[in-house]
Design a protein around this ligand. Structure first.
Ligand SMILES: Cc1ncc(COP(=O)(O)O)c(C=O)c1O
Length: 430
């Protein structure tokens, strides 16, 4: 390999495309075939009775997941977006109630709140972990705040100890979107299980998947019951002596199919090994990249075990004097796969800035039930904004099959770019 940057016509550090990670194997084929042969692809019935809680594969998966995560209830759903919506409904959100969350997440975290006409309020993030900053949460609490929705972004738990203290002090529920962090730990417990309701995504891009799916987890029997009702048409099919208890239950079909449940159960067996391999890659990257000037490798907070869905990097632009765009372009030219620049700033999306969730008249913000003055836009979350627009880039560790020799090549690509940083500074890459 020459030392000339590939972006300037030199030989790229990585000369072969990396293989996409293939998650499905013979065990999953056997499981799916067993279900297809049984002829029962879903055993749910949207009416009270035996079929209300789903078929035998769904129940077996739920038992498996409850044991693995160490919770009283694991509830399978057809996507984690469905899970988030069910969680917001289950805690009894009233129109206009506020839920504080992070803008540095996938849109479903916040749009789930809107489904029950709740109001998402965005708190800034911690620049080291990219998770919601508890100090910012506390400042945003109003009379209308009902819950905090933490997100365990990139594979690391949010600061649940601080968030729990804040929630207990103010009588708030704590929810956890742990879509990206199954297998992560927080002071020995599974990330996602310290909230009143938490859960995981099983979509195609995650550590483990079944195509589309999700798992809700809770230790609270009452919340579990409400989650199961919301999952399967709820009020429309359940008789109750106390109908008020069934508020927020317009009824959905959030039911996971039997094939997905059978595959998800096999995948769950593989989670620890898969996470360990990504942790190993991250460790290998850390050892070398931590020595590059002006580059901050992922910081793992005290008591946390990170599962590296994304390997997040931050640039010290003042020290480097080179823009993120130039650096990422140079790394891509060297063949580094799976790079993403920036992440999400949900508070800057048109949906929020223009308040166009339902119709064009600003609903639910314009409803008489929304009594706080809520505005979204630049300046609201300066840490998240600066990371997104200038300093953050990450490597998607779930997308490719990174063999140890590939990781060495990736490290070589980074070293090469850093070795040429002065040259890159003066280069016009546009
Ligand atoms: C943080 C986060 N929340 C929610 C979701 C939604 O999950 P699903 O695609 O299973 O609906 C995702 C999916 O990427 C996510 O990363």
């Amino acid at each position: 390999m020459t030392n000339q940057l590939a972006i300037l016509g030199g030989e790229p550090a990585i000369q072969h495309p990396m293989a996409y990670f293939k998650s499905m194997g013979e065990d999953e084929v056997t499981a799916a075939t067993r279900v297809i042969r049984s002829g029962v692809l879903s055993a749910y019935i949207g009416a009270p009775g035996e079929g209300f809680m789903g078929g035998k594969e769904v129940r077996a998966f739920e038992e498996h997941a409850a044991n693995y995560f160490g919770v009283r209830h694991a509830i399978a759903v057809n996507s984690w977006t469905s899970g988030l919506i069910a969680a917001v409904g289950a805690i009894g959100i009233e129109p206009g109630d506020e839920i504080i969350t992070t803008p540095w997440t996938m849109a479903a975290t916040a749009t789930a709140i809107l489904h029950f006409n709740g109001i998402p309020v965005f708190a800034d993030i911690d620049p080291d972990t990219f998770n919601i900053d508890p100090k910012c949460v506390e400042r945003l609490i109003t009379k209308r705040t009902r819950a905090v929705m933490a997100v365990d972004i990139f594979g690391q738990s949010a600061d649940m100890q601080s968030l729990r203290k804040i929630c207990d002090r103010h009588g708030l529920k704590l929810l956890s979107d742990t879509a990206q962090a199954p297998g992560a730990r927080y002071f020995s417990r599974h990330a996602g299980t310290l909230a009143d309701i938490g859960g995981f995504s099983l979509n195609y891009h995650k550590h483990i998947h079944c195509g589309e799916g999700g798992i809700l987890v809770t230790d609270d029997d009452k919340l579990a019951q409400r989650l199961c009702l919301i999952r399967n048409h709820a009020e429309a099919v359940v008789k109750s002596d106390n109908p008020l208890e069934l508020a927020n239950m317009l009824g959905y079909n959030f039911r996971m199919g039997e094939i997905e449940a059978a595959i998800a159960s096999v995948q769950l067996e593989k989670l620890e090994a898969r996470v360990a391999s990504r942790q190993h890659i991250a460790e290998q990257l850390n050892q070398s990249l931590m020595h590059l000037e002006g580059l901050k490798v992922p910081i793992v907070s005290n008591g946390s075990i990170h599962v590296y869905y994304v390997y997040g990097l931050t640039l010290d632009l003042e020290r480097l004097g080179v823009s993120r765009e130039k650096i990422v372009k140079a790394l891509q030219a060297e063949g580094v796969p799976g790079l993403v620049t920036g992440y999400q700033n949900l508070h800057l999306l048109p949906l929020f800035r223009n308040k166009i969730a339902y119709g064009t008249k600003g609903f639910p913000w314009s409803s008489p039930y929304c009594t706080s003055r809520i505005e979204y836009g630049p300046g609201l979350c300066p840490v998240a904004e600066q990371l997104h627009s200038e300093r953050f880039f990450g490597m998607n560790l779930c997308m490719f099959e990174y063999y140890p020799e590939d990781v060495e090549l990736i490290v070589a690509a980074f070293r090469k770019v850093w070795h040429n940083i002065n040259l890159l500074r003066n280069l016009n890459t546009d």
